[in-house]
Ligand binder design. Sequence first.
Ligand SMILES: Nc1ncnc2c1ncn2[C@@H]1O[C@H](COP(=O)(O)OP(=O)(O)OP(=O)(O)O)[C@@H](O)[C@H]1O
Length: 641
Amino acid sequence: MRFWGKPRRKSSGSPIGDRSGLAAAYWESRDEELLTASLGKIARRLPFLIASALRLAWQAAPFDTAVALAGNVLAGVFTVYGLVATSDVLASLFAGGPTPERVRAALPSLALVAVATGLRGALLAAAGWAQARLKPQVERLAETRLFELTTQVELAAFDDDDFHNAMLRARDSGVPDTATVVETTISALTGAVGVVAATAALGFLHPVLMPLLLVTAVPAGWAAIRTARLGYQAFYRLSAARRRKFMLSDLMAERQPAAEVRTFALRDFLLGEYAKVADLEQDVQLDVARRRTVVKAGGDALTGAATLAVYGALAALLAAGVIPLAVAGTAVLALRTGQSSLAGLVQTLNRLYEAGLYFGDYLAFREHAETRTPPAPALTPSGLALLAADGVSFAYPGADRPALRDVSVTVARGEVIALVGENGSGKTTLAKLLAGLYRPQSGTIRWDGRELADLDLRRMVSVIAQDHTRWPLTVRENILMGRPLEEERLAEAAAAAGTDEVVSTLPLGYDALLDRRFRGGHDLSGGQWQRVAVARGFYHDAELVIFDEPTSALDARAEHALFERIRRHADGRAVVLITHRLASVRYADRIYVLDRGRVAEQGTHAELMARDGLYADLYGLQAAAYQYDGGTVARAEEAVR
Ligand SMILES: Nc1ncnc2c1ncn2[C@@H]1O[C@H](COP(=O)(O)OP(=O)(O)OP(=O)(O)O)[C@@H](O)[C@H]1O
């Protein structure tokens, strides 16, 4: 039951004071459905769920699936057999004659009961083992299939809220519930086989006994469903509170906000907020515990009454001579077996339906993600002579205005072009389009005359992103990123980016793990991380290298050295440089000035200064900021460099 189990939580991301930001989160999207699902709805959906789960189980582990299914079915057969043989034992014991003879007569049937029980136990053990083996294999297959898709879908899919939420739901709830669906499917099958076996045994004993099973099982089934519903209701009532609690727990126990919690003295405030939510949660849980106890007691009382009625009916059948005593005795055993199987079955079906909703999300996501996976291009370019974007426009999914409008730029081998402009003018977006990460909605981008979409650009383009990832790996792995180690190149790349200085301060050097969450892990400063990211770009010997704000966190000396190195790096490659440090783009072969998604100006530094437009304005502003004591712009520029 989800309510009592570990909730599927992800960090809420809600702002601290946001009391209204309690709308349902992606992992709660199914709560309402669980609350309102009718038995009919559950029953209609089950065949699809069971078929999908069994197909997946078969793909993950055919042998274990077969053993789990066959073991349970055969165990059911032996249950029937054992019950019928029990009736023979009782018939021999209740027959007339001296006791030793009656016992002797019962021995063959007794032996059959023992064999049937032993075989049933062995089959159930084998099925249980196969079932336990299935779980990790199914989970692994489900997860692998998901990640094969998430690493392949077009990048734009991650900018689409609906896609992103569906992906998170599939990953956080769908994958774990896939194994649950398989597990509960087999448990449901076990329960169903138990019910069928008991019913069949009763039928063998006397057809009139069959409906009695239903009478005893109905109250237990009702109690099982009612208890589950109470759990859903509570879970639903608490969903907003739970989200707030997750958020508070992140704020109080995570590393990143720890400093501000102290500097702003937020402790009492946060603990107070936590107490409010925890009180509410506790009240609801205690209320549910009380109501569940009442339901269970009611269910037990009703089951007792039903059992009494069934025994009364048995006694009546016995008195009327419809069934003999031995059959009545076996019927009691069969009823007990069937009763517990049926109550278990109802509970399992409820769980199956619940897990099935998330499993359904998983399946739907996979289907949708397939449609967002671009076909693998067959052509890998041998080099790059000219990359040309022509009349390119692009809008992010859901954005009300385009990030780029009718943009044309070119960069040739051996050139450095610079993209400059104010925040939000579209520089990073253009760089991502040039790298083939997004596709333009209109216009073309051609790599030596071929559309980017037709080319496999892996290993051809290297992007040092502005918001580069801080990979929780060693320094060496952070630079190599899966490429083979070439010591000399690693040393060169590290020296060019100034990463060698960072490495020399780490006790384990290149083997230092850059993640404080692990024992012996290190963290780096923003500038040190940037040096690692830049070394990665140099190490990956690509045809097109894009540096997006590579020096934003570097000190002045490192920045100067890096721009020098980038200029040299352009030898034999095409380089796109995005930076706000205009003094550093003076030597670019061409500068494109972007303004609200358009190329407002383009040319060399001298041409743009002579034009006295936006670039000259921005440049003048920066240079003026460096002027001191009446110094000239020329002196100031020197200082910038
Ligand atoms: N993933 C995204 N989804 C939606 N809109 C985006 C996304 N990334 C950027 N934008 C929007 O696109 C526009 C251009 O953004 P872009 O990051 O390209 O600007 P930029 O010139 O690189 O800015 P900066 O100098 O701040 O890095 C902005 O209006 C921004 O809000």
